[in-house]
Design a protein around this ligand. Structure first.
Ligand SMILES: NC(=O)c1ccc[n+]([C@@H]2O[C@H](COP(=O)([O-])OP(=O)(O)OC[C@H]3O[C@@H](n4cnc5c(N)ncnc54)[C@H](O)[C@@H]3O)[C@@H](O)[C@H]2O)c1
Length: 338
């Protein structure tokens, strides 16, 4: 079965390609390498022994998207990771984010709508919940006004998919709301490759640990949490990748109850910034250079998933602990710097 993975050379996409190939799917990757490199293909081959098909293509070019689906009429499922994801940059350049994250989604759905049957998985985010009123966060928690154009593209993306599914009989879709992906494949052949200054905590920690950054700034230790720092739900990228295969199989097997479904993907456990730093110090044996600074605007205090729906309906559960995920992130950092 042929599956299209857009953004398949990126962080989460590459790990998902590995899991798909391990399950016997034939994968075609579309990526424009705007935030990744073709070398990632070597890592995928090293793990799976199989080279996925790859087309270097910018999904913003509508004609090329149309042409791709004409040439690959036998695609049975699409997992759509390709997007721009830097929250700060999205505030500076909103139109770039609307074009890349919304435009490309519309072009792909347009092609899928022409098919008698199509299966679509969308990379959404827990940012849609903002600061939820109740923790842990269930899928029924209200979607809050987005804090950034990036967050808005995930909310709008979900609405666009829901609207399209409502009127497109053959289209089945699932939005997966990721909490905080981290880590790398245990083989250390693929991992996260942030360009420039990392936006996420874990790569910033590992880059500081290896000496690439001078110190980590912890934004606020006076939040109403046990140690005063913000709490997030860190999920190992391999656990996250496996969830995509399970979600896709649900659609391929027509086991879905509705033609548009939404699932939280997290561990269900919240960890504070200081706990994440402790985990790094434990698994690396290194002291991390960090300082507490003022709160940063826009940070939610605490967000962690209620994973009951994914556990019970998808039959999927995150297995790795924070320390295991951190160890893989640290192994990866050491490998790429050496
Ligand atoms: N990493 C996270 O913390 C996180 C959290 C929630 C949701 N997400 C979402 O998950 C998805 C994957 O995230 P990631 O962390 O793997 O990001 P990533 O940047 O590593 O991967 C995205 C890939 O898409 C490619 N791409 C971007 N625009 C493209 C275009 N126009 N045409 C073709 N390829 C294009 C990039 O080159 C990159 O390889 C994104 O949609 C992101 O918004 C990520």
């Amino acid at each position: 079965m042929k599956i299209l993975v857009t953004g398949g050379l990126g962080f989460i996409g590459s790990h998902t390609v590995v899991e798909l190939q391990n399950e016997g799917y034939e994968v075609v990757i579309i990526d424009d390498c705007s935030n990744s490199s073709e070398d990632v293909l070597d890592g995928i081959v090293a793990i799976t022994g199989k080279k996925p098909l790859f087309e270097k293509l910018d999904l913003k070019e509508k004609d090329k998207v149309v042409d791709f689906f004409k040439r690959h009429h036998d695609i049975e499922g699409v997992i759509h990771f390709a997007a721009s994801k830097a929250v700060g940059e999205s505030v500076e350049k909103p139109l770039l984010y609307y074009e890349n994250n919304i435009g490309t989604l519309v072009y792909i759905l347009n092609e899928l709508s022409k098919k008698a049957q199509a299966n679509f998985i969308f990379s959404s985010s827990c940012t849609v919940y903002g600061q939820a009123d109740e923790l842990p966060i269930t899928e029924n928690a209200p979607v809050k006004t987005a804090e950034s154009p990036y967050g808005n593209t995930k909310q709008m993306g979900e609405e666009i998919i829901a609207d399209t599914c409502r009127v497109t009989k053959g289209l089945q879709a699932i939005s997966l709301r990721y909490f905080n992906p981290m880590g790398a494949h245990p083989s250390v052949e693929i991992g996260e490759l942030p360009k420039g200054v990392p936006q996420n905590l874990v790569p910033f920690i590992t880059q500081t640990g290896i000496g690439l950054r001078k110190e980590l700034s912890v934004f606020g230790d006076d939040y109403p949490t046990p140690d005063g720092t913000c709490i997030r739900d860190y999920i190992h990228v391999v656990d996250l990748a496996k969830a995509h295969v399970v979600a896709l199989q649900r659609l391929l097997n027509r086991a879905n109850e509705s033609n548009y479904e939404v699932y939280n993907l997290g561990t269900g456990k919240g960890s504070s910034v200081l706990e994440v730093i402790n985990s790094f110090e434990k698994v690396s044996g290194n002291k991390l250079n960090y300082k507490i600074v003022d709160r940063r605007q826009g940070d939610v205090i605490s967000a962690y998933a209620d994973t009951t729906k994914a556990n019970n309906v998808l039959g999927w559960k995150a297995k790795s602990t924070l320390d295991e995920a951190m160890k893989s992130a640290w192994d990866w950092e050491q490998k790429i710097r050496n």
